[in-house]
Design a protein around this ligand. Sequence first.
Ligand SMILES: [Zn+2]
Length: 110
Amino acid sequence: MARLATLKPRLATVSGRLSVAPVVSWRVGKTTANQRGYNYEWQQARLVHLNDNPLCVYCEREGRVTAANTVDHKIPHRGDMVLFWDRTNWMSLCAPCHSSKKQREEAQSG
Ligand SMILES: [Zn+2]
């Protein structure tokens, strides 16, 4: 992805033949913080998921009822867009559960 930055300026002379096609056709022209797929489409999709699954699944397991505000991937996608967009791999988490899960994942380091 960072490879784009190494493109030489003379590429501009190859008019109309840029092969850098967008993978997903999101229509937001602005460059947002869409690192690793967290783009406009994801923002929309996660809102839909949170709407359908408003409770934190971890808290629910413990018998607590907590409003979720984060959609996390059960299996870390690590940039894999198939996993990323696989809705069966999504789960709603509250902020505390999300951060403790992330800490565990980082402790496991893969
Ligand atoms: Zn929770």
